[in-house]
Structures are given as C-alpha cells and as structure tokens.
Ligand binder design. Structure first.
Ligand SMILES: [Zn+2]
Length: 65
C-alpha cells in the first residue's frame, strides 16, 4: 500500500508518494519521493509530513532545572 500527498513537495509543490524501499535502505521500509521532480524527502521532511518520529532522532535536550 502506498500513500499520496498532493502538492506537498518542499521543492516544487508537486505530488509526493510513499514507495517501498526494500533492499535500498536497510534502515527504512519506505521512502517518500516526488512524482514531478523526483525529490526524495529527508528524514526531517518526512517527519514534518507524516507526523512520525524521525528515524534518526537526535537525543532530546536535557532541561536544566
Ligand atoms: Zn517535487
């Protein structure tokens, strides 16, 4: 199954779709790419789009109380 985000490309405002990435990135099961310009979203851009946690999330900053 794949998802589609219309007019969501950060580069050209094109349509993004989620594509399986089996065998391409061992750390990811999918990647999101643009139909119009072929731009592949970074982890950060994916997180913004999907609301999912970034796979490579940095350590949370410790609050100084
Ligand atoms: Zn694009």
């Amino acid at each position: 199954m794949s998802k589609l985000w219309l007019k969501s490309c950060p580069r050209c405002r094109g349509d993004l779709y989620e594509e399986p990435a089996v065998g391409r990135h061992h750390f990811a099961s999918y990647y999101i790419t643009c139909l119009q310009c072929g731009h592949v979203l970074t982890d950060a851009q994916e997180s913004l789009l999907t609301g999912r946690q970034s796979r490579a999330a940095p350590q949370p900053a410790h609050r100084v109380a």
